[in-house]
Design a binder for this molecule. Structure first.
Ligand SMILES: Nc1ncnc2c1ncn2[C@@H]1O[C@H](COP(=O)(O)OP(=O)(O)OP(=O)(O)O)[C@@H](O)[C@H]1O
Length: 266
C-alpha cells in the first residue's frame, strides 16, 4: 500500500525587479512558487491510480517527489508502513519511474539500453535476457529491438523507456504520461500492459490527460488543482459526482467547484 500524505514542494522564483513573477497565480508567495502544496492519496497493491489535473497543476512534481527525484519540503510517502523517502537509494530499487524524458542512449540499441539499466540494478545476464524477452513480447518491441535508439520513432522510444522503467521488476510503478507519442495500437498495447499490473498485485500510479484511459484502467483517481488534492476517491465515486455518471463532467466540476470525497483514507 502506498500512502501519500500532505506532500509539498516549493521552488525559488527568479527575482524580477518591479512586477511580481506570476501576478495571478495563488501559489506564488514571497519569492517562492509552491508547486505542490498539499497532495494526499493512496494506492493499494493491485490498484491503478490515475493522477489527473490541468496543465501546471503539479502532477509531474508530485510524481518526481514520489520517485525520490525531488525532496519534499513537507509530507510523507509510506510504502507498506515504511517511510519510502527515508532512504532514496533503497527506494529507487523498489520503484520504477518513467519521467517525461525518455533519456535513452542514442548509440545503444533498444535492447542494449534496457539491458544496461538492468545491469545497473544488478540483474544477472540470464535473468536479464529472460526479462528483456518478456518485455519485448508484452510491449511488441521485437521489430525494433536491434535498432539504435537515435533511429527510433518517438513511440518506439517511449516503449523502450517504459521497458527500461520496469526491467528490474519494481514493487511500485510510477509513469508520467506514459501514452505520450503512442499511436492507437501502441496505446492499446501499453494500456493492456498497465492493466496487467493488477494481477501482479503491484500498485501502479500514472498521470494522464486522457479520461478514456482513466475509464478503462483506474480503480482510483487523484485530481490535483493548483498543487492541492481537489478529489481523491474511487473512479466510481468520481463518476457519480454531480450525478451525471460522466467522468468528463465530473472532472470539470471538480476543477471548477472542488470535489468530495478526499483525503488519503477515502
Ligand atoms: N524546477 C522548477 N522551478 C520552478 N517552477 C517549477 C519547477 N518545476 C515545476 N515548476 C512549476 O510548478 C508547476 C507544476 O508543474 P508540473 O510540471 O508539476 O505540472 P503538471 O501538472 O505536470 O503539468 P502538465 O500537465 O502541463 O505536464 C508549474 O507551474 C511549473 O511551472
Amino acid at each position: 500500500m502506498i500512502e501519500v500524505k500532505g506532500l509539498a514542494k516549493r521552488f525559488r522564483l527568479p527575482s524580477h525587479k518591479g512586477t511580481p513573477y506570476q501576478l495571478h497565480d495563488p501559489r506564488e508567495h514571497d519569492g517562492w512558487f509552491h508547486a505542490v502544496r498539499d497532495v494526499s492519496f493512496r494506492c493499494a497493491p493491485g490498484e491503478v491510480l490515475g493522477l489527473l489535473g490541468p496543465n501546471g497543476a503539479g502532477k509531474t512534481t508530485t510524481l518526481r517527489l514520489l520517485s525520490t527525484a525531488l525532496k519534499p519540503d513537507a509530507g510523507s510517502v509510506m510504502a507498506n508502513g515504511e517511510d519510502l523517502l527515508a532512504d532514496p537509494l533503497a527506494a529507487r530499487q523498489r520503484i520504477g519511474f518513467l519521467s517525461g524524458t525518455t533519456g535513452l542512449y542514442g548509440r545503444l540499441t533498444a535492447r542494449e539500453n534496457i539491458e544496461y539499466f538492468g545491469r545497473l540494478h544488478g540483474m544477472s545476464p540470464p535473468y536479464l535476457k529472460r526479462r528483456c524477452d518478456e518485455l519485448f513480447d508484452l510491449l511488441h518491441m521485437h521489430e525494433f529491438g536491434n535498432k539504435r535508439a537515435d533511429q527510433l520513432s518517438s513511440g518506439m522510444k517511449q516503449k523502450c523507456a517504459i521497458a527500461r522503467t520496469v526491467v528490474h521488476e519494481p514493487q511500485i510503478v510510477i509513469l508520467d504520461e506514459p501514452t505520450t507519442g503512442l499511436d492507437v495500437m501502441s496505446s492499446k498495447i501499453l494500456l493492456d500492459f498497465i492493466a496487467s499490473y493488477k494481477a501482479l498485485h503491484i500498485p501502479l500510479i500514472f498521470s494522464t490527460h486522457h479520461l478514456h484511459e482513466v475509464e478503462k484502467l483506474c480503480d482510483r483517481v487523484c485530481i490535483i488543482n493548483h498543487g492541492k488534492t481537489a478529489f481523491h476517491g474511487t473512479t466510481k465515486q468520481l463518476r457519480h459526482l454531480g450525478g451525471s455518471a460522466d467522468l468528463y463532467d465530473a472532472f470539470i466540476s471538480v476543477i471548477n467547484h472542488g470535489g468530495a470525497p478526499c483525503g488519503p483514507s477515502t
